[in-house]
Design a protein around this ligand. Structure first.
Ligand SMILES: C[S@@+](CC[C@H](N)C(=O)[O-])C[C@H]1O[C@@H](n2cnc3c(N)ncnc32)[C@H](O)[C@@H]1O
Length: 276
C-alpha cells in the first residue's frame, strides 16, 4: 500500500496560518508545529474537497469568509479536558475553599463560579457535582462556562458524554448518581446541569461585563498564549473576582507578574490564588 506523503506547507503559508490563528485566538503556534497544522487541518481540507493545506490558505486569503476562518481557528484549539482534572484542586476546593465560602457567604447564600476555557464542560460540571455533594443544593448557584470554540460550547451545553469520557476522572458513584444512560452515551441529570450555562467568549475581550465570581477556573489555556496576552488576562481575572474570591490555574501554567494581583496559597498540595 502506498504511504501518503505528509503535506508540505509552504513557508509563507505556514506564517500566514500562524498569524491568522494568533490574531483570531491569541494562540501561539511555534515554528516547529507543522505536524500539528497538518493533522488538525486535514479533516477540514478533506471536507472542503481541497487538495492541500496550501489550497486552504489560498481560499482563506481570497474570500476571507468568516465561517472558514472560524473553522481553521477552531481546528487549531486544543480541547483536552476531563472530569475532576487535577484532583488536588478539587480536594483543595472541597476541604478548604467551599467551607470558607459557605461561612463567608452564609447571609446571601449565593455563589457565582466561572470555568473560563471550559472546553466540553467537564470542569464546570465537576464543580456542580462537588457543590451538590457539599451542601450547596439549597443555595443560588450560578456556574458560567465559556470557551472561544463554538463546537465545544455546543457539546458542553448538551451535557452528554461518551463512555471513554466518563471513564476519565469521574468517580463511579458520581456516574451512577448524576448521569443516566442514553444509548451508548451518558446524559448528565438536570440537577447539576441546571446550575451551569455556557457562552462563547474570547478571553481577550473585555470580560468585566460578566460580573464578579467567587471562584474562577482558568486552567490549561494560558499555556497557549504569549506573555502579553497572559498579563492582560490575569489583570482582567483580578477584576472579575469578588472580595475573597479564588482563582485556579493549570498545574503547568506560568503566571508572570501574578503576585501583583494575587497571593499564593497552598491547600492539600494545590496552589490556589486569592485576590489581593
Ligand atoms: C485544554 S482546554 C482546557 C479545558 C479545561 N479548562 C481543563 O483544564 O480541563 C483549552 C481551551 O481553551 C480554549 N481557548 C483557546 N483560546 C481561547 C481564547 N482566546 N478564549 C477563550 N477560550 C480559548 C480552547 O478552545 C480550549 O477548549
Amino acid at each position: 500500500m502506498p504511504v501518503a506523503e505528509p503535506q508540505t506547507i509552504f513557508p509563507e503559508n505556514y506564517r500566514f496560518l500562524q498569524q491568522h490563528v494568533y490574531a483570531e485566538s491569541g494562540i501561539v503556534l511555534e515554528d516547529h508545529k507543522h505536524y500539528l497544522f497538518e493533522c488538525r487541518l486535514a479533516p477540514l481540507v478533506a471536507r472542503l474537497g481541497l487538495g492541500s493545506i496550501n489550497q486552504l490558505c489560498d481560499l482563506l486569503r481570497a474570500n476571507g469568509r468568516q465561517e472558514l476562518s472560524r473553522n481553521v481557528v477552531e481546528a487549531m484549539t486544543t480541547n483536552e479536558t476531563y472530569f475532576f482534572r487535577d484532583p488536588a484542586h478539587y480536594s483543595a476546593i472541597r476541604t478548604h475553599l467551599l467551607p470558607r465560602l459557605k461561612q463567608e457567604r452564609r447571609d446571601r447564600r449565593r455563589l457565582r463560579c466561572w470555568s473560563a476555557a471550559a472546553s466540553t464542560g467537564q470542569e464546570a460540571y465537576s464543580l456542580a457535582m462537588a457543590l451538590l455533594e457539599d451542601g450547596f443544593a439549597e443555595w443560588t448557584v450560578e456556574i458560567l462556562g465559556t470557551d472561544l470554540c463554538s463546537r465545544v460550547v455546543q457539546r458542553a451545553r448538551a451535557a452528554r458524554y461518551q463512555q471513554i469520557e466518563v471513564n476519565r476522572g469521574l468517580p463511579i458513584a458520581f456516574l451512577v448518581k448524576y448521569f443516566t444512560q442514553a444509548g451508548v452515551e451518558w446524559q448528565l441529570r438536570d440537577e447539576p446541569r441546571r446550575m451551569v450555562r455556557f457562552e462563547q467568549i474570547d478571553l481577550r475581550t473585555d470580560l468585566r461585563a460578566l460580573g464578579t465570581f467567587d471562584l474562577i477556573f482558568c486552567r490549561n489555556v494560558m499555556i497557549y498564549f504569549d506573555a502579553q496576552t497572559r498579563f492582560r488576562l490575569l489583570e482582567q481575572l483580578r477584576c472579575c473576582l469578588t472580595e475573597g474570591g479564588w482563582l485556579l490555574l493549570g498545574g503547568a501554567e506560568t503566571a508572570d507578574q501574578i503576585d501583583q494581583w494575587f497571593e499564593r496559597r497552598t491547600f492539600a498540595g494545590a496552589t490556589i490564588y486569592r485576590a489581593k
